[in-house]
Design a protein around this ligand. Structure first.
Ligand SMILES: *[C@@H]1O[C@H](CO)[C@@H](O)[C@H](O)[C@H]1NC(C)=O
Ligand SMILES: *[C@@H]1O[C@H](CO)[C@@H](O)[C@H](O)[C@H]1NC(C)=O
Ligand SMILES: *[C@@H]1O[C@H](CO)[C@@H](O)[C@H](O)[C@H]1NC(C)=O
Ligand SMILES: *[C@@H]1O[C@H](CO)[C@@H](O)[C@H](O)[C@H]1NC(C)=O
Ligand SMILES: *[C@@H]1O[C@H](CO)[C@@H](O)[C@H](O)[C@H]1NC(C)=O
Ligand SMILES: *[C@@H]1O[C@H](CO)[C@@H](O)[C@H](O)[C@H]1NC(C)=O
Ligand SMILES: *[C@@H]1O[C@H](CO)[C@@H](O)[C@H](O)[C@H]1NC(C)=O
Ligand SMILES: *[C@@H]1O[C@H](CO)[C@@H](O)[C@H](O)[C@H]1NC(C)=O
Ligand SMILES: *[C@@H]1O[C@H](CO)[C@@H](O)[C@H](O)[C@H]1NC(C)=O
Length: 849
């Protein structure tokens, strides 16, 4: 109780003053928020007041041009401070009067055209007296490389005497270069970086590390491991933003969990409350319940960083679930870049008990230059006295560091990140003058739900960086909780999957098409280019920018629902970027048209590879990988963004496959930000698709992410059995796949209704795991269903079981070798009357799949 008051205080004080919030006396002066290029005070979206830099006491004689962005992207997290900028064509130094001590310095950049200043000319360096923070910094290239359209760079510097001087210098190596900045934020802090027991990671022999007190830091990542993003205003005092860690997970993702209800997180003298907000400690990721699995993998994150620098890594820990309360129950190794950072990490030892916070600090030197990957891995301690072969992590911060040595400036700046490779135009799909018939037919299968869409596109990159385009942000938070790490996370989420090695497109560049462009792309909506028809309009194959194939969805303007779904889809997709979500390239609103342009998905929908198709049947491993991909996409929707997003229309026609068979969740027209949306005002119209609809949602009209879990369970059965979710022509008890499969599962006869193509090809243990998972997903009550994270974990487990089986097809599932054919079982089940209640009622808004 006292704790919730504390929390409230915390949030409040964040809005007031930092110095107070930090509760420390070693802090410098007060918070400075400078809105460059503006002349008066303005509030940002979280209510903080920014001073303009014209005639400001911090910049009494500011030179340079005050300018306003020529184009203001609708998805900037906040107008202030991004929309105005100060442009410098020659060197200029801001001089901030601060008290000596450490402080965060945040620089806000919105690279776009400012009046006559083209975006490509922004090429400059930023430095303090001691440190080069950015060098030959190409703002637009950096933004492009990380597929973001604004940047926030966070540094921490120690000012020992006098003012904090910040110099902006246009590059001397390029005629016409200029420097610019949109916002400067200075947040005094106590010394939060240099803990005395920092370890230097060096091979397998960690040694103590001591800091130069003046070291400069740049924040690379700040992750709330296993939890949701935390915005600047919800931070404990320093306006840091915290991101979800799932985009960086490599391989097995472990399981996420939050604290037991009766537990209160306690800070300690060693870990004061400003170290990290409660939201970081009260959620975590662990490896999972199965010791056998845990012993065979490392829980791994991969974070791209600048090579050739030292990094400080801070691991935040807190045991938050009973029964882990004692020393020696759970111990694990921490590896950084394949070197041992910590043996026998025991959170209880470090923190002093359950619910108590702790952190450990490590410094590691990276080699090379340019972007390199940093590997962070946890592995259980093997000693047999442990009760849990498991590991846990609650939060992770990564800072690049540079000591101040000698005279003159030291460099903290990395190189401009490489632009994502422009992939070759898809060579395997040559189609001279037209559309692939196969694609057309395949896609045309979708009848109702606009399931469709899809379409290709490599080279979007080239297209999308044009002036006047609309770039849609992929950023997650609306409140400006953007940090450099988010930028990385985005680029990462497109390149990093458990199996991905090569980069796909920078998927979140989005543009505004003119109606003329769309007409040209589709040969004026030529019927020959029609891929599919849906309730809301047609989908065409289009070609833009001489040769890039895209799917163009033209919504029917007559449909009121269409308008709403059109907007929802743009809103959702422009905020979301993930390897396993389909990407929106752009849209067209001219002449009241509602047109959406998507990536081309070369292999169409999952359904068209399962049944009623001439496509060759997918192997079991392929199916598992597709399910895992789709589960990752949904898991990201549920946990990876600040507000949980419920898809509401998960089905096999909304899972699309790209040319490499990577699964992507599509069609966000029905999505809701929830779960409170529908708990507070109950939706009167149940939406979704027959056969996939959560019976509880249907009955109580209360939506939660477990509704997606239900639908996903149906998808799993569909994948296993290769039949539609609803088959009205079958005997009554078999009409509804979920009911029928559950019924067979209960009787132990599931093996008999699986896709004949899979008979004998599934490892028995894998089948058990998969079926169990699907069964739990379609549990009648939502509380009995697993979270998407658990589903994902179980599917990965199933895949491991399948893979460990090797290619040895002698271990067959039971009941298959007997006759080879399937139909025997049907007669045996006649007495059974599975419920079909979930599908017997209709509302007009229901989608028929
Ligand atoms: C942090 O703890 C100190 C006491 O140690 C307290 O004065 C301060 O109000 C707390 N700050 C927040 C934001 O809760
Ligand atoms: C911080 O201030 C408090 C009183 O405001 C004082 O008691 C304490 O000694 C100070 N601590 C340091 C390290 O100066
Ligand atoms: C900065 O990057 C942009 C986009 O990649 C490029 O067009 C421009 O030439 C670069 N500017 C400099 C000075 O290198
Ligand atoms: C501007 O600043 C840069 C970097 O700080 C420096 O190299 C250059 O000499 C300065 N130019 C002028 C004209 O002072
Ligand atoms: C800048 O322009 C001048 C003359 O206009 C030219 O001599 C010089 O080579 C140019 N410098 C660069 C780096 O392009
Ligand atoms: C800043 O540097 C000075 C010495 O240069 C040192 O005494 C002081 O402790 C440092 N402050 C912080 C907060 O690191
Ligand atoms: C909290 O709940 C757990 C079981 O969930 C129990 O073991 C523990 O004793 C409880 N703790 C307190 C302080 O009530
Ligand atoms: C760590 O090991 C993995 C595989 O063993 C390798 O792929 C990776 O490059 C290594 N990472 C580093 C930073 O050395
Ligand atoms: C975990 O990572 C460490 C360090 O890179 C490596 O030595 C070990 O083999 C890995 N273990 C597994 C099971 O991958």
């Amino acid at each position: 109780m006292a704790f919730s008051i504390l929390l409230a205080t915390l949030t409040l004080s964040a809005l007031v003053s930092l110095v107070v919030a930090a509760g420390s006396n070693s802090t410098a002066s007060a918070l400075i928020l400078l809105n460059c290029g503006a002349s008066d005070q303005n509030d940002d979206d979280s209510g903080r007041t920014w001073d303009g830099d014209t005639a400001s006491k911090f910049a009494p004689a500011v030179k340079g041009v005050a300018s306003t962005a020529s184009y203001q992207d609708p998805s900037l997290p906040s107008r202030v401070p991004f929309v105005t900028a100060r442009i410098f064509t020659s060197n200029y130094t801001y001089s901030f009067p601060v008290s000596p001590g450490r402080m965060f310095l945040r620089l806000y950049f919105y690279p776009t055209a400012y009046g006559d200043y083209a975006v490509s000319g922004a090429y400059f360096s930023v430095s303090t007296r001691d440190l080069v923070l950015l060098n030959e910094f190409n703002a637009s290239q950096t933004a492009q490389a990380i597929t973001s359209f604004y940047l926030v760079r966070e540094f921490s510097v120690n000012v020992s005497t006098g003012n904090l001087d910040l110099t902006f210098a246009p590059s001397a190596h390029q005629n016409g270069s200029y420097a610019f900045v949109n916002g400067i934020e200075i947040v005094p802090t106590p010394d939060i970086f240099t803990a005395p027991d920092t370890t230097f990671v060096n091979g397998d022999n960690p040694t103590p590390f001591s800091f130069d007190p003046n070291t400069g830091f740049q924040t690379m990542y700040r992750l709330n491991v296993g939890g949701n993003a935390i915005s600047r205003k919800d931070d404990s005092g320093f306006y840091r933003s915290w991101d979800n860690d799932s985009p960086y997970i490599f391989g097995g993702s472990g399981v996420t969990f939050s604290k037991d209800g009766n537990l209160t997180i306690k800070y300690t003298a060693k870990v004061p409350n400003y170290t990290a907000p409660v939201g970081v400690y009260d959620t975590a990721r662990s490896m999972g319940q199965n010791p056998q699995i845990n012993l065979n993998y490392n829980l791994t994150w991969i974070l791209p960083v600048d090579g050739g620098f030292s990094y400080l890594l801070r691991f935040h820990f807190c045991e938050i679930q009973y029964p882990i309360t004692k020393v020696n129950q759970r111990q694990f190794f921490i590896y950084i870049n394949n070197q041992t950072a910590q043996r026998q990490m025991d959170v209880i030892v470090w923190s002093g008990g359950i619910g108590r916070t702790a952190f450990t600090d490590y410094v590691i030197l990276t080699i090379g230059s340019g972007q390199v990957d940093m590997w962070i891995a946890l592995h259980p301690d093997l000693s047999s006295k442990r009760e849990y072969f498991d590991a846990i992590l609650n939060g992770l911060e990564v800072f690049k560091l540079q000591a101040i040595q000698g005279i003159g400036q030291n460099n903290l700046a990395g190189l401009n990140p490489p632009l994502p490779q422009k992939p070759d135009a898809n060579p395997s799909r040559v189609s001279g003058g037209g559309i692939s018939k196969r694609a057309a037919i395949a896609i045309g299968v979708a009848v109702g739900g606009f399931a469709v869409l899809l379409i290709a596109c490599f080279g979007v990159y080239a297209i999308c960086r044009r002036e006047k385009k609309i770039q849609k942000d992929s950023g997650k938070s609306e409140d400006g909780s953007e940090t450099p790490l988010t930028d990385y996370s985005r680029s990462r989420s497109t390149t990093l999957g458990q199996t991905a090695t090569t980069s796909t497109l920078p998927s979140n560049l989005c543009r505004h098409f003119s109606f003329f462009e769309v007409q040209t792309a589709t040969n004026n909506f030529d019927q020959a280019f029609l891929l599919g028809k849906g309730g809301f309009g047609n989908v065409y194959l289009g070609e833009i920018d001489s040769g890039t194939k895209v799917a163009i969805k033209r919504c029917n303007p007559m449909s009121e629902q269409g308008v709403h779904e059109f907007q929802t889809e743009i809103e959702m997709l422009s905020k979301l970027r993930h390897r396993h979500l389909v990407s929106l390239i752009g849209y067209c609103e001219d002449r009241s048209e509602m047109i959406l342009v998507y990536d081309y998905m070369a292999h169409g929908t999952l359904r068209e590879h399962l049944y009623n198709t001439k496509n060759p049947s997918l192997s079991w491993k392929q199916r598992l990988e597709i399910c895992i991909g789709a589960a990752r996409g949904l898991y990201y929707l549920h946990t990876g963004v600040k507000e949980t997003i419920i898809h509401r229309d998960v089905k096999t026609t909304n899972i699309l496959l790209d040319h490499k068979w990577v699964a992507k969740v599509s069609d966000f027209g029905l999505s809701k930000t929830g779960p409170n949306v529908d708990n507070t005002h109950v939706s009167t119209v149940v939406k979704g698709s027959f056969g996939y609809l959560d019976p509880e949602y249907f009955r109580r009209q209360q939506l939660s992410e477990k509704s997606d879990v239900y639908s996903f369970g149906v998808v799993l059965f569909e994948v296993l059995c290769a039949r539609p979710a609803l088959s009205p022509s079958l005997p009554k008890e078999q009409v509804n796949l979920a009911d029928w499969a559950l019924c067979c599962q209960k009787k132990g006869m599931l093996g008999q209704i699986i896709d004949p193509c899979l008979q004998g090809k599934i490892d028995p243990q894998c089948l058990v795991k998969f079926a169990e998972t699907a069964e739990k997903c379609v549990a009648d009550k939502s509380i009995d269903r697993p979270s998407m994270g658990d589903v994902l974990w179980n599917l990965e487990f199933a895949l491991q079981l399948q893979e460990s089986d090797g290619d040895n097809s002698s271990s067959l599932i039971d009941g298959t070798s007997s006759s080879g054919a399937t139909p025997l079982f049907m007669t045996r089940l006649q007495s059974d009357e599975p419920s079909t209640g979930t599908t017997t009622t209709t509302t007009t808004s229901m989608r028929i799949t």
